[in-house]
Design a protein around this ligand. Structure first.
Ligand SMILES: [Zn+2]
Length: 234
């Protein structure tokens, strides 16, 4: 049996294995498992971000507390206002000062309100996400086991095909087989194709003169463009 015929036989069987692999890759069980895994990873990162944000908010709160303390200090001057005014202090200075303090308090109140809203929102977002993460963490081992179980259910069929493939490969040149496997891992399939009107049937590249001679002699030649193995159907 020629190498090409043997390779075609191999490829035909290999297509069955590929179908199983694709079925597993596209299965609901795998989708659910991968989704749960990705969600936990992303959500954990988001939780870290929210923790960082709450730290920032605490720092801002500290700053507002300091501002409050400063204003309280200034207000202490007003405790003895009677005496100060009686001893000839300029009342208009204290009036201006009082107006400034009132403005500062107003601004402080607005800052506190904004900060309270931000803190509340951050806490709510954190709590909601945390709940989802806990649920996903419970779901994860279930999804993992279901995917594993699904995988195992396909294993017997895949092993039987692999054994047949190994048997067929015994009659194929090792170098050719290595090339075939390399292409398969690059997700090229089918790998062996019959030329149509001197062209690769998959990408349309025309064979070189040397290439045409090789296929005419019954051997395979690599497509210069998509690197499939091309042969002449007899
Ligand atoms: Zn091609």
């Amino acid at each position: 049996m020629s190498q090409i015929t043997q390779l075609l036989k191999y490829q035909q069987k290999d297509a069955e294995l590929l179908a199983i692999e694709q079925e597993v890759a596209g299965s609901e069980a795998r989708k659910k498992y991968v989704q749960t895994k990705n969600f936990i990873k992303k959500a954990s990162e988001k939780l870290d971000q929210l923790e960082g944000k709450s730290q920032e908010l605490l720092l801002l709160m500290e700053r507002l507390n300091n501002k409050y303390a400063e204003i309280t200090d200034v207000l202490k001057d007003f405790e003895n206002l009677d005496e100060l005014v009686n001893s000839g202090a300029d009342i208009s200075f204290y009036q201006r000062n009082a107006a400034q303090i009132a403005d500062s308090i107003k601004a402080l109140k607005a800052d506190i309100a904004n900060l309270t809203t931000a803190a509340k929102e951050t806490a709510e977002e954190y709590q909601a996400l945390k709940k989802k993460v806990i649920a996903a963490q419970k779901q994860y081992p279930v999804a993992q086991a279901e995917y594993q179980e699904y995988n195992n259910s396909k294993k017997a069929a895949a092993s039987a095909i692999t054994a047949e493939l190994e048997e067929i490969a015994k009659d194929i040149d090792e170098n050719i087989m290595r090339k075939y496997q390399a292409k398969r891992s690059e997700r090229i399939f089918p790998i062996i194709c019959a030329i149509k009107a001197d062209r690769c049937p998959k990408c349309g590249m025309e064979l070189s003169i040397a290439g045409k001679e090789i296929v005419a002699s019954g051997k395979g030649v690599e497509c210069e463009n998509c690197h499939r193995i091309l042969y002449l159907e007899k």
